[in-house]
Design a protein around this ligand. Structure first.
Ligand code: NAI
Length: 337
């Protein structure tokens, strides 16, 4: 009997590709929805689990999959997996390290331009036939200082594009890469200097417990008035309540957010369930935070979509299949845990 590979949160069009690639070695099963308490039983006897970032691979769920040996994340970030539990139970974890630095970097710049030039209000004003040019005055990127937090693959590509726009480039990264800085023309600073100097701040660091709320009220206080924040990395890097305060006070002029704390709760059944629980815990606070952000005209929110280009999706499929097959042939690659 072939070992079972369970794919969650996988687009129906992708299922055929994975099915064909797995057919010789695995019995592949597919579920359109993210992994949850309702569907985890589908993976009860899975040896390989493949997930998108929207599937929380918790210790509780892994405990229900006693045969699980490998988790193939179809994403770069893997903070949705309880890596400590996986390691302790001899479950290896792979990711797709480089499928889309261009895709995500272009999206970060798209958000930066859209917020800076008030693209959404401009489009809405045409729809509403209420065009008031003085309400739609924006700012150029040219000549402004771009602060890049995290100078890995995506951050470096953002630097290259920012240079093309004529921006001055500053960066903060606890693991600096001086040769990349020289090649791309950016300068490393510490975080306080970056916060004080940047007109635009863009986040490209992974989510880890130690950098939760990397940007909180102390950091917003240190920023230049009128700064624009772009987050295409992970929601947990920014304290939503502190961001709302900074938007209200005008310290932050606008934000482009592809990722948000609690974004996984943004579907109607989860929101209704949350209302029913009547407890204002962390999750309820996050949902309310998103609702407040939605009301602000200078905030543009998208649905964790920066990775979503045809080119990147094709690279993700290829890399995920390679990761699973390499693991199967005892030549595991792209291991992150
Ligand atoms: P990477 O691993 O190439 O680079 C991450 C960089 O962040 C490294 O240089 C690291 O030293 C730095 N870093 C770590 N902790 C930091 C901190 N506290 N402050 C500043 N820098 C720090 O990762 P890559 O490919 O550039 O991706 C970055 C993140 O973007 C991923 O971890 C993922 O969470 C997110 N992402 C989001 C997507 C989306 O659809 N919105 C798609 C792909 C990635």
């Amino acid at each position: 009997m072939k070992p079972k590979a369970a794919f969650f949160d996988v687009h129906p069009l992708d299922q055929a590709v994975y099915q064909e690639a797995m057919a010789g070695d695995f019995e592949a099963i597919f579920c359109d929805a993210p992994l949850s308490a309702e569907n985890v039983s589908l993976a009860a006897d899975a040896v390989v689990l493949s997930v998108h970032v929207t599937s929380p691979v918790t210790a509780e769920f892994m405990a229900l999959m006693p045969h699980l040996r490998h988790i193939a994340c179809r994403t770069t970030g893997f903070d949705n997996v309880d890596a400590a539990y996986a390691k302790a139970h001899d479950i290896s974890v792979s990711n797709v390290p480089a499928y889309g630095q261009e895709t995500v970097a272009e999206y970060a710049i798209l958000l930066m331009l859209a917020v800076s030039r008030k693209l959404m209000p401009a489009a809405h004003s045409v729809q509403a036939r209420e065009i008031v040019p003085e309400k739609l005055t924006g700012h150029e990127l040219s000549g402004k200082t771009l602060g890049i937090i995290g100078t890995g693959r995506i951050g470096q590509h953002v630097a290259a594009i920012g240079a093309g726009f004529g921006m001055k480039l500053l960066a903060y990264d606890p693991m600096p890469q001086p040769e990349a800085a020289k090649r791309l023309g950016f300068t490393y600073t510490d975080l306080p200097e970056l916060l004080a100097e940047a007109d635009y701040l863009t986040l490209h660091a992974p989510a880890r417990p130690d950098n939760r709320h990397l940007l909180g009220s102390d950091e917003f206080a240190q920023m230049k008035p009128g700064v624009i924040i772009v987050n295409t990395a992970r929601g947990s890097l920014v304290d939503t309540v502190a961001l709302i305060d900074a938007l209200h006070s005008g310290k932050v002029a606008g934000a482009g957010l592809d990722v948000l704390e609690g974004e996984e709760l943004l579907d109607l059944p989860s929101e209704i369930h949350l209302l029913g629980t009547a407890k204002l815990g962390d999750e309820a606070r996050q949902v309310l935070g998103i609702e407040v952000l939605h009301t602000l005209p200078n905030v543009l929110i998208t649905a964790h979509n920066a990775y979503n280009s045809a080119e990147a999706l094709s690279r993700i499929r290829t890399a995920t299949i390679d990761n699973i097959m390499a693991w199967h042939k005892e030549k595991a690659q792209n291991l992150v845990g």
